[in-house]
Ligand binder design. Structure first.
Ligand code: 13P
Ligand code: SF4
Length: 349
């Protein structure tokens, strides 16, 4: 666990991190991407961190891969590439850099390390986990194989390296239906997200059996919430992530991965939209789409929200929190992730 007092003292000895309206004003080009959602006094606090991180990235030949759930100051201020789990995994493989800072959760950093073993992969906070990744172990995969002999195991990338190594192929929310449909067997085992599996089953011609895991952010939404919201706020476009229960997805106007949601809103530009997913999604596109009114409640992922500018600066400064994956596990896990990437590329996803 990071000792934040020690972190703050040490960082302040090396960088001028005093809130500065003058510095903030000089970085208006970056602020313009988030000024609808980040207040000027907050930007004056963030600007010194953004400046220090961006300078340190150059010195260390580092890139920051930012997931769509990062807060705006990380998403717009310091990330070199942003995207959903699939896009970030592909980027980790292709990007030319010595160091990757994963602004996301631990399974994403492990995936980057599996795909780029020679790079240093840093996690700003090792405690940034995921309820799905924590819900299953490699033994769970073996249990499912024993229950459904011969059925291939498609594991969500929201899993540990050990689980990926025990699986046949991975998927993300942007390619799950196509990956499941591409399996030769009639029965396909999906782990660990029961809701993603049920949503895939509704769109697939396969018999999908699944592990009972769930995402603590998306499982909180109910179909009644959506019906009530529509009644209270008519004309709102409801857009859900497929980690939501199937009756929630059925009530929504569209369902897709985090990048699928962003693409849909960009293309459709609805007057009012409720993003049934993590809160930062709407904040990150509020400036690009001033014509869209983002309404309604959202839920925060407590794991994603562990990533802060201060912790990003800390790991870049110290090169602490390096993510390592046992070489044998990584070799097996890479096969599952690479199969997914190859199939996704082949299918043009
Ligand atoms: P995406 O692959 O859609 O970015 O989802 C990752 C995630 O953790 C959503 O909760
Ligand atoms: Fe995991 Fe859910 Fe958080 Fe995504 S939103 S990282 S699935 S807990």
């Amino acid at each position: 666990m990071l000792d934040l007092t020690h972190v703050r003292t040490t960082l302040s000895e090396h960088y001028d991190l005093t809130p500065s309206p003058e510095l903030a004003a000089s970085m208006q080009d970056i602020y313009a991407r988030m000024d609808r959602v980040v207040a000027p006094p907050d930007w004056a606090i963030y600007a010194p961190y953004v400046k220090a991180i961006n300078a340190l990235k150059k010195e260390s030949n580092a890139v920051i891969l930012g997931h769509n759930y990062m807060t705006p100051e990380i998403f717009h201020g310091v990330s070199d590439f942003v995207g959903d789990s699939l896009q970030l995994a592909m980027k980790a493989q292709d990007v030319e850099a010595d160091v990757i800072v994963q602004a996301g959760v631990h399974f994403m950093a492990e995936t980057s390390k599996i795909l780029s073993p020679s790079k240093t992969v840093l996690m700003p906070d090792m405690q940034a986990g995921c309820s799905l990744a924590e819900s299953i172990t490699a033994e769970g995969i073996e249990e499912m194989r024993a229950k459904y002999p011969g059925a291939p195991v498609v594991s969500y990338v929201n899993t540990t390296a050990e689980v990926k190594a025990a699986s046949d192929i991975c998927c993300t929310s942007s390619n799950a239906v196509q990956i499941v449909n591409a399996m030769e067997s009639d029965t396909v085992i999906m782990t660990p997200d029961q809701y993603l599996a049920q949503n895939v089953a509704n769109e697939s011609f396969k018999n999908v059996v699944y592990w009972p895991g769930s995402c603590i952010v998306h499982e909180q939404y109910t179909a009644k919430d959506l019906r009530d919201f529509r009644e209270w706020n008519p004309g709102t476009r409801l857009i859900a992530h497929p980690e939501c229960p199937p009756d929630v997805v059925a009530e929504a106007d569209f369902s897709g991965s985090t990048s699928g949601i962003l693409k849909y809103v960009h293309e459709e530009k609805p007057e009012k939209a409720m993003l049934i997913t993590e809160c930062s999604m709407a904040s990150n596109i509020a400036d690009e789409l001033p014509e869209v009114d983002f309404v309604g409640p959202c839920n925060m992922c407590p794991y994603m929200k562990k990533i802060t500018l201060e912790k990003v600066l800390w790991v870049l400064h110290t090169m602490e929190n390096q993510v390592e994956v046992d070489a044998q596990v990584a070799d097996k896990a890479r096969l599952s992730v690479q199969r997914m990437i190859d199939l996704s590329r082949k299918l043009g996803l």
